[in-house]
Design a protein around this ligand. Structure first.
Ligand SMILES: [Zn+2]
Length: 451
């Protein structure tokens, strides 16, 4: 049996992974809130946990891993968008779920074993709230139910912060219904026109954190192996999941390993709506190709921040283009390459990819056996999901004129302008535009970029 080492946010250490039951390894990852087209930041989490799923299957057996990833289809953000667009909530959630699934397919992510929806588990959530109230961990105030964080001694353990730090470092929802500002909502009343379910506390809807506690327990058990998500979920989301599940089930840990992937920045800036620099997975796939995006997302270690920029994507494009010269449909074996060891060391994908480059170079000179190894090593991380024909088709679509050609044309245009031949200068500008190149005259130079 291969030994996997994984970084555990809970212990802040890289640990040897020991499953509760090696015949059924269990992993839960927080899925999307389906209110808007998923973006490349979401894609990182998807691809990282897809890779972990693949690695676990490789170690413990194809059918011995249960991976649950939820869909949050009731949330204030969804309600707000539905109001803004004047559409029924279901139209939004159905459409965005469809977009999400198509993004998963484009990124070559395997289907999780189960994909539960929040709205299909409201009964379970009501039961859990009821139990938390009875056990003294939650309180009711005018149709609202809150979890009292003072009742849970380990609150803050995952994020490694004391209560004052948590209060200071986060935006805590202020409400007169709460006893403590850090108490979080389990149930809240719904207005007539908003989605709501009948409950002992009146018509309302659940707080976001609750669904993951309920659904992970239903599909993976009270205690399971891995709980994953993006770094931004550590607090409050995961901290609150732990508080709910551990209190209700009188256990020390709900998941033994908490795994979090780092942030994704966009040209060194935080990705955010207000900066207008959010790139959706669908537009990235349209501009590049799902495999290029997948390889780009795996190019940094999952715990490190990753900067999303043109250069990164162009690099992956040329790498894949090179690698595709050795693609063979028939070499779709399940062989475990030696470089799998890199993935066992806390999913060290940069190291794995550099080994792929070495394997490529060897295979280029070597026999079929080497080519076969190279092909299976690519497939192991979800690369080579398209056949060569499709890759060629994509390449044709995206082929661009060379930099040399562009620079030559820009110089010709500058000369024309110097000569006062503005007609010719404009003609050259249009010619470049036709080739998909935009030029812009700055004070003392001309800059260009691909459209
Ligand atoms: Zn969650």
């Amino acid at each position: 049996m291969k030994n996997l080492k994984i970084s555990n946010t809970l212990t802040r250490a890289k640990e040897l992974f020991k499953p509760i039951n090696s015949k059924n390894v269990t992993m839960y990852a927080c899925g999307p809130t389906v209110y808007d087209d998923p973006h490349v930041g979401n894609a990182r989490s998807l691809v990282v946990f897809d890779l972990l799923f693949r690695v676990l299957k490789k170690i413990y057996g194809e059918n011995n891993v249960t991976y649950a990833r939820n869909i949050t289809d009731v949330d204030d953000k969804i309600i707000d968008i539905a109001k803004e667009k004047n559409l029924p909530i279901e139209n939004i959630t159905k459409e965005v779920t469809k977009q999400f699934h198509s993004a998963c397919k484009n990124l070559n992510c395997l289907n999780p074993t189960v994909e539960p929806k929040a709205t299909e588990h409201i009964d379970g959530m009501i039961k859990m709230i009821d139990s938390l109230i009875k056990k003294g961990f939650a309180y009711v105030n005018k149709g609202h139910v809150y979890f009292a964080i003072s009742s849970f001694k380990n609150y803050g353990k995952l994020s490694n912060k004391n209560l004052d730090e948590l209060k200071a470092g986060s935006r805590v929802e202020v409400s007169s219904f709460k006893k403590n500002p850090l108490d979080f909502v389990l149930w809240k009343p719904s207005e007539e026109k908003d989605p709501g379910w009948d409950s002992p506390w009146g018509r309302g809807r659940p707080g976001w954190h609750l669904e993951c506690s309920v659904m992970s327990e239903k599909y993976l058990g009270k205690k399971f192996d891995i709980h994953g998500g993006g770094l931004d979920l550590v607090f409050p989301h995961h901290e609150n999941e732990i508080a709910q599940s551990c209190s209700n089930n009188s256990i020390e840990r709900m998941a033994n390993y908490w795994v979090h992937n780092g942030f994704l920045t966009m040209d060194k800036e935080k990705m955010s709506k207000s900066l207008g620099n959010i790139v959706s997975i669908s537009s990235a796939v349209e501009k590049y190709n799902g495999q290029i995006i997948r390889l780009a997302l795996l190019s940094s270690h999952y715990k490190q921040p990753l900067d999303w920029n043109e250069k990164l994507l162009e690099q992956q494009r040329s790498t894949l283009d090179k690698w595709y010269s050795l693609y063979e449909e028939k070499f779709n074996t399940k062989e475990t390459p030696q470089c799998f060891e890199c993935l066992l060391d806390d999913l060290n994908t940069p190291e794995y990819i550099s080994k792929l480059h070495e394997l490529y170079n060897e295979a280029l000179k070597g026999d079929n056996k080497k080519k076969e190894s190279f092909n299976s090593a690519c497939r192991l991380i979800g690369i080579f999901s398209e056949n060569k024909e499709n890759w060629e088709k994509y390449k044709k679509k995206s082929v661009k004129v060379s930099e040399k050609f562009i620079v030559k044309k820009i110089n010709e245009r500058l000369q024309a302008r110097k000569n006062g031949d503005f007609k010719l200068a404009d003609k050259i500008r249009d010619e470049l535009l036709n080739e998909g190149v935009l030029i812009e005259d700055k004070k003392d130079k001309t800059e260009w970029k691909y459209k």
